[in-house]
Design a protein around this ligand. Structure first.
Ligand code: CTP
Length: 401
């Protein structure tokens, strides 16, 4: 029995958040809040122009750390503050990045603290452009952006929409939640680079009549977190999802289905092109033998519904002539590891993740055991997003072997 360390899943741990002059600077406050809430240390660095839109106090209060604005007061004992701040950071994220700032870093300028940090760095650099649509589409800006891309700088956005100047077009900064997701994604180890991954998630719904059906209490959170973690690890991810209100994870292609039969059809039509299949969905094992066309009317008699078995999607995929690497889940209410291992062998999957159904369903956290030919690996209870990253790391490690 081995135990994996969930702390390895938390990335980034520290970022330098650069804020340049632009109306969108207020969105950087929300971005700071999201990072801090996720346990990420944020060192905010503002250009002089940025301080005309938002004050350093805002970022100081949100990050709980000093905010630096001046190359000559970068606040370290060895007068190397311009370099020290980016040392050990996972990324420098510049949001908003003005047209002028993009031009300066495209040409290697180092005439203020933020541009100097961008030049003297070993970590990732991500920029979120924010400007008027004409400034964005101007040939000079596009040349600078192409130059930055070629230099390995990640350009996040911009979005199309209503601008501060009341014009409509491309140039709006991405929303804080999207920037957060993109930065977290960029900081993940690319253990599934180039792999195509198919994930099923959420509950299925088996219709009885036009208004009623049989479903279960799966929230889809674990499957969505795995789809997100796989995409962040560099995979091309298709998520086949049952009914759930969850938002589509960043960078993931989603296909919505309702019934077990639809889920099976969607998976079997696409799985041949995949390298990895992760079955997380809570698929109905039975479906009504007949679906009433009209609403079933109430009477005083007992009513019975005849159910017929559905296709076991995971077992079908795992026994294809050339199956992808299959990962299954087992929700057991008792004797989790023994029943999980029996299920793994019965369905012929190399890796099965067993959990207590009562612990997992609907919750934001889970404690699971990974079962494979080498035995059982217990993971401590943790949030489903962190858990998904650990599981993806384990899948990547097994694929590499
Ligand atoms: N699964 C599937 N298709 C089905 C039923 C289950 O692909 N028709 C997959 C699930 O997505 C999960 C695994 O099989 O990865 C095990 O699901 P689970 O509900 O724990 O087991 P069942 O096979 O349904 O067996 P039981 O309900 O008897 O425990």
């Amino acid at each position: 029995m081995t135990t994996a360390d969930p702390r390895s899943a938390i990335r980034p741990s520290r970022i330098v958040l650069g804020i340049t002059g632009g109306i969108a600077a207020y969105k950087a406050a929300e971005l700071t809040r999201l990072f801090v809430k996720a346990g990420v240390t944020v060192d905010a660095v503002m250009t002089e122009a940025a301080t005309h839109f938002v004050t350093p106090t805002t970022f100081q209060a949100l990050s709980g750390r000093p905010v630096v604005t001046d190359l000559w007061h970068a606040g370290t004992s060895n007068a190397m503050g311009h370099i020290d701040l980016s040392r050990g950071a996972d990324a420098i994220v510049v949001a908003p990045a003005s047209a002028d700032f993009l031009a300066r870093i495209a040409h290697g300028h180092a005439d203020d603290l933020l541009s100097t940090l961008c030049l003297a760095r070993e970590c990732l650099l991500l920029v979120a452009p924010a400007m008027n649509r004409q400034m964005w589409s101007n040939a000079a800006t596009q040349r600078n952006v192409a130059r930055l891309r070629a230099d390995g700088v990640a350009i996040l956005g911009p979005d199309v929409g209503e601008m501060a100047c009341m014009e409509h077009g491309e140039g709006r900064m991405l929303e804080a939640a999207d920037l957060f997701a993109a930065v977290v994604a960029a900081c993940q180890p690319k253990v599934l680079a180039g792999k195509r991954v198919l994930v099923t998630a959420g509950p299925t719904f088996e219709a009885i009549d036009p208004v009623r059906g049989i479903t279960n209490s799966s929230s889809g959170k674990m499957g969505f977190a795995l789809a997100q973690a796989a995409a962040d690890a560099g995979a091309d991810v298709l998520l086949v999802a049952g009914r759930t209100p969850l938002a589509t994870p960043w960078g993931v292609t989603r296909l919505d289905v309702t019934s077990a039969a639809q889920m099976a059809e969607a998976v079997l039509a696409r799985v041949a092109e995949c390298d990895v299949f992760i079955a997380v969905a809570a698929v109905a094992d039975y479906t009504p033998a007949t679906v009433h066309e009209q609403k079933v009317k109430k009477s005083n008699d007992a009513l019975s519904i005849t159910l017929k078995p559905t296709v076991d999607i995971l077992a079908t995929v795992a026994t294809l002539p050339r199956p992808p690497y299959c990962v299954g889940f087992a929700a057991e209410s008792q004797d989790v590891e023994r029943l999980g291992e029996e299920k793994r062998r019965r369905k012929k999957v190399p890796l099965l993740i067993a959990n207590r159904a009562q612990d997992a369903l609907g919750s934001d956290e889970n404690a699971v055991t990974l079962l494979d030919d080498t035995g059982a690996q217990r993971l401590p209870r943790m949030g489903k997003v962190a858990l998904a990253r650990v599981i993806v790391g384990e899948i990547g490690r097994r694929l590499a072997q």
